[in-house]
Design a protein around this ligand. Structure first.
Ligand code: CU
Length: 161
C-alpha cells in the first residue's frame, strides 16, 4: 500500500517537473530572451617606416572605411580601418535585443540595421543603447554610413525552436 502510493507520487512529481521544465523552455522560446550585447566602435591602426617595410603599392578600397597615409618626412606610413566589435551578433528569433555601443574612435557612426527598422548614431565617448525585438530570421547587415566599405557587421537571427 505504502509502496504503491510512493511510486504514484514519485511519478506525479517527475511529471510535474517535466511539465514545468517544458513550460519554462516553451515560454522562453515563445516570448524570447532579453539579450544585452556590449559593443565598441573602434579604429585599429598600424604603421612603420619605409626603411623597414616599403609603402604598399596596392591601394585600399575607396571610402572612409580604410585609410593608408603616405610616408611622412620621417618615412613613417600608417594604415587604419573602422570596425564594430563584435561585428557578428547572434540571437534567437523572438529575443529582445539590446545593443550597448561605446564610441571610442571616430566622431560619430550613423548606422542602420538593414531589413529591420532600426537606426542609431554612435558618438565618441557616449554609450548608445538600441533595443529591438528580433522577429525576423536571417542575416541582416548593419553598416556605418560614414566608414564604408569596412565598417559593416551582421545581425544573425536564428529560427526559434
Ligand atoms: Cu563609422
Amino acid at each position: 500500500m505504502f509502496g504503491h502510493n510512493f511510486e504514484a507520487s514519485t511519478v506525479l512529481l517527475a511529471l510535474a517537473v517535466a511539465l514545468t521544465t517544458a513550460g519554462l523552455a516553451g515560454s522562453a522560446a515563445a516570448a524570447g530572451m532579453k539579450r544585452t550585447i556590449t559593443m565598441v566602435a573602434v579604429e585599429p591602426k598600424g604603421g612603420t617606416t619605409v626603411d623597414k617595410e616599403p609603402f604598399p603599392s596596392t591601394p585600399l578600397p575607396e571610402g572612409k572605411g580604410y585609410a593608408l597615409t603616405s610616408p611622412d618626412a620621417n618615412g613613417r606610413w600608417e594604415v587604419s580601418t573602422y570596425r564594430w566589435q563584435p561585428n557578428q551578433i547572434i540571437v534567437n528569433q523572438g529575443d529582445e535585443v539590446t545593443l550597448e555601443i561605446l564610441g571610442i574612435n571616430g566622431a560619430e557612426h550613423p548606422a542602420t540595421v538593414e531589413g529591420y527598422d532600426v537606426s542609431f548614431t554612435v558618438k565618441r565617448g557616449e554609450l548608445t543603447t538600441v533595443t529591438f525585438t528580433a522577429d525576423k530570421t536571417g542575416v541582416f547587415p548593419f553598416r556605418c554610413g560614414t566608414h564604408q566599405p569596412a565598417m559593416v557587421g551582421e545581425l544573425i537571427v536564428l529560427p526559434g525552436s
